[in-house]
Design a protein around this ligand. Structure first.
Ligand code: FAD
Length: 216
């Protein structure tokens, strides 16, 4: 994996500092020895990366941090205060109950981004001018560097840069670009153990709507 630019480090660290309760930040800074819950991905500064981690793993991390901070408090406070952690644990929402106005996890970010990417393909010219192709090439280059889940971005960039050249963006027109985007998405689906999408259907899914008329 390639190194992130310094600005990227700062931006991700800033986002993390805003997103995670202070107790979790303290427990999982670079000096922490506590094992992280399964699925938590660290940023390059050693702090948990919310946009690289699922809601479920993030919840586990937050809970762990709350328990760690309350067990420290418990040893030095009254029994009334000691009843707090159970209350907190019981009232912690499950992943499916995360309010819509919370920062995105890796899955929500991914769904929103694929919607943007496939819709860009769906509205791409049937035959793209040299300028349009150049613009899209530039967009994909920067997108694959700046995507806020850095592990996703690194893998996506590596896939595009396959030495054979076979994964380079196909930008001559809508059909080629839409198919390429579908293959790119399928690469991630395979990596995550998800079912592959039938790329013959990409236009129905993202441009025309399904033939049965349910999108009309
Ligand atoms: C560039 C990129 C890299 C990513 N890398 C990672 C990663 O490394 N690790 C990680 O955990 N997550 C990653 N994600 C997120 C991941 O791909 C999913 O978005 C996330 O797991 C949510 O998945 P989902 O099952 O809800 O549907 P999504 O995979 O988000 O798909 C949304 C919808 O797109 C349609 N669809 C599915 N496959 C295709 C296809 N091949 N072509 C056209 N349409 C399709 C389906 O209708 C589906 O419901 C990445 C996202 C992006 C944009």
């Amino acid at each position: 994996m390639t190194e992130a630019q310094p600005e990227q480090f700062r931006a991700q660290s800033h986002a993390f500092n805003q997103a995670l309760p202070k107790s979790a930040e303290e427990s999982h800074g670079t000096d922490s020895k506590a094992p992280l819950p399964k699925g938590v991905v660290l940023d390059k500064d050693g702090k948990p990366c919310r946009t690289c981690t699922s809601v479920a793993s993030w919840r586990a991390l937050t809970k762990q941090a709350q328990q760690s901070s309350s067990s420290k408090t418990e040893s030095s406070t009254s029994s009334a205060t000691q009843s707090m952690p159970a209350t907190v644990a019981r009232s912690t929402p499950q992943p499916t109950e995360v309010p819509a106005d919370c920062p995105p996890d890796v899955e929500q970010l991914g769904r929103s981004t694929w919607t943007l990417l496939h819709t860009m393909a769906a509205t791409y010219p049937e035959k793209a001018s040299a300028e349009h192709q150049e613009d899209m090439q530039g967009f994909l280059k920067f997108f694959s560097k700046l995507y806020p889940c850095w592990v996703c971005a690194d893998d996506f960039r590596a896939w595009m840069a396959h030495p054979s050249g076979r994964n380079q963006p196909k930008l001559s027109g809508r059909k080629e670009f839409g198919w390429w985007m579908c293959e790119a998405h399928n690469e991630v689906n395979r990596k995550l153990g998800k079912k592959e999408f039938d790329c013959r259907l990409w236009e129905e899914r993202w441009r025309t709507g399904w033939k049965d008329g349910r999108c009309d």
